[in-house]
Design a protein around this ligand. Sequence first.
Ligand code: SAM
Length: 272
Amino acid sequence: MEREDRRDQAIAAVAACYKGFDPEAYLKYNYTPPRADFHRSDSMVWKLNCLHKAFSEDGIKGELLVDVGSGPTLYQVLSACENFNRVVMSDFLEVNRNELNRWLKERQSNFDWTPYLKHVCELERRSSSAWQEKAKRLRSVVTDVFPVNVHQAYPFPAGSLPASGADCLLSCFCLESVSPDVSSFTQALKNLGSLLLSGGHLLLIGALGESFYQAAPDVRIPVVPLDEAQVCASLSVSGFQLLQLSVYHLPPDMRLGVDDTEGVFFAKAKKL
Ligand code: SAM
């Protein structure tokens, strides 16, 4: 079998695992306590802080931000939504796009993002009631939730994004959890580059040393285990200049069995 065919088969095998992805279970495993406990400085607080700094202190802003592989989550765009006139979210699965639209458009989501909204308002030194303004802002700037496939040379539906590209791309825990190996992860990064203006920023959050995560009680999704050097090398060969790489090591009590993540990286890069 040709190398390309083997690669396509391996990607299709990962995609098949996503048929069992349950947004409700995924949110419960990763976005409720103990994983998301705002009273302690764990990985959720660390991630929100990295994003807050990128948008508030480093001043990343512009017309359009695109979040790739959003899943059913909104935490990743809570800081960004203040700095862009338009935010586009996206996911491979319709169930996740529906979950996002339930919160954004229909106000019928069962998941409560209020503690996240409040925490990010605190980081922005805004009053405790400002979270409602942030929720309103988010609902007004997120214009679309598109289908996406990072394994395609141009991952979005034709004509869905401006041809000039986005000012900023954000992607959290997506590329490593949809790629069977490091070379497909790198190719997916190259594909993301096609969505970004030259000089635009890429903010990438991902898992280190992870080989699987639980996406429903009986669904385990394989993940390509990455180390910091591989993340840096993949960004470099994909046409990005690395500006910052920060790492959070997961404490033993956060190893809950819903994945085997050892750490989390935050990379800030610029398209050359
Ligand atoms: N960004 C969210 C977060 O931070 O929790 C979700 C991350 S979840 C681990 C991985 C996401 O990638 C899922 O929502 C899944 O539907 C999506 N996905 C699966 N295959 C994909 C593909 N080929 N292209 C883009 N996204 C994909």
